[in-house]
Design a protein around this ligand. Sequence first.
Ligand code: NAD
Length: 522
Amino acid sequence: LRPMSALASTATSYPTTHERIEKPEDTPYFVDNEFRPSQTDKFIELHDPATNNLVTRVPQLTKAELQAAVDSAQRAFPEWRAKSVLARQQIMFKYVSLIRENWDRLAASITLEQGKTFADARGDVLRGLQVAEAACGAPEYLKGEVLEVAKDMETRSYREPLGVVAAICPFNFPAMIPLWCIPIATVTGNTVVLKPSERDPGAAMILVELAKEAGFPEGVINVVHGAHDTVNFLLDAPEIKAISFVGGNKAGEYIFSRGSANGKRVQANLGAKNHAAVMPDCNKNQFINAIVGAAFGAAGQRCMALSTLVMVGETKEWLTELAESAKKLQVNGGFEEGADLGPVITPQSKARIESLIASAEEEGATILLDGRGFKPEKYPNGNWVGPTIITNVTKDMKCYTEEIFGPVLVCLNVDTLDEAIDLINQNEYGNGTAIFTRSGATAEKFRRNIEAGQVGINVPIPVPLPMFSFTGNKKSVAGGGANTFYGRPGVNFYTQQKTVTALWSSADAISKKADVAMPTHS
Ligand code: NAD
């Protein structure tokens, strides 16, 4: 079984249209370096968001299949951890080059299952690939420290793998988020059970096919499928030492509590409501282009989408021009030439987004640009929502208090920078924020006083590259953000510290009498 045999893919041949698949095949799971068909009778149908044609059925694995994946990872751990970090690094080099070779194939799978445009899907792959590239630096990351702490005595520190770790992924970045986890977890010596989103597991299936080709031994990376039952299984499995979760608050807060209560390490990145403060001294054209891309790109389904504008002073007059620019975006099937944004993930998601737009209207906001009811001619059955801009929004409105996760920009007005900072800080989320200004002093004041974890200065989506870490704050992370993804903190998350204190002194230097008091290093 190939990961998506219905789609008969190779690095150079893969589907690049939204045409109906004649005989969609069920997605297999991946254990012991083998793709296996599930014996379950429960499947989750996955439809192309642009057409709602069936692409595949994703199995809700049976308990025995889930246990087989955990057992496989557990069996693989002793040998994998015993490999030298240089040997693991060699496999990672190969993995990086295979991901690069299969870049377009991965992106095509994302466009088909998730809906984002092909160009944007390539970005999704790249951001994950960069984490794999950074993971090749593991020998440097894993170096310990050593200090001569007393005569003939030294303390050394080591970072050791945890064992079997699990990753639970969201639908919106089908390649990037699995790649936030797989490379760092494995290069540090852990074995992995990964659950992709049941809404678009195709990219993860290609990623494990490539992992096998790169030389990862059996059991080092396994992929399981399903929804809540699979997650509960992973949270309760005693063999699993750590959980990486990325997704919404409802699932994430539950996963953080249940995983932590079971004694596991948990890192969990959650929802967002990212604000931009727009200052009258900013470069207006730069601001408009940046916001149109950051609010509507990926149909607003990015956790770092800039979904909320705080217009300071007279900048509220610019919104009509912003709407003119947003109106020009092409909403279309992701494989179509020139498409700027694709559909949203499911008909339920579209209905939810439209109901939030309607609620804003009922609560007295102005719908400056209305994307409801839009349909591209070629794809009448997709989950379409065109770019939507809601102005005169106030803090109590539902469109402001909820994460919309669609191509909808909500705009509030304030008079001063201080008011903008207060408003942003009062919001319970703190994933990202941005300020648009030409003043260094204004930017510096904003940077110092703002509570969001990732700040852009004239940069709309300030996601740090993998030599840094993804540093959300407040309700956008569980557990106060102590465990962040990738970079050195990612390595720390997937490793346990060990310190060794050793005394090597000649026999005659050893005191004849036992010391019973704690040493005072005098
Ligand atoms: P989701 O929370 O619905 O699903 C994420 C994962 O959790 C999936 O694998 C799903 O199967 C599982 N899940 C869902 N509900 C569950 C439940 N009740 N019990 C157990 N497991 C459950 O999220 P999504 O809709 O796939 O992704 C969108 C959300 O993810 C948005 O809120 C977005 O902001 C967030 N996100 C955050 C980041 C970040 O780094 N902060 C990055 C990407 C996405």
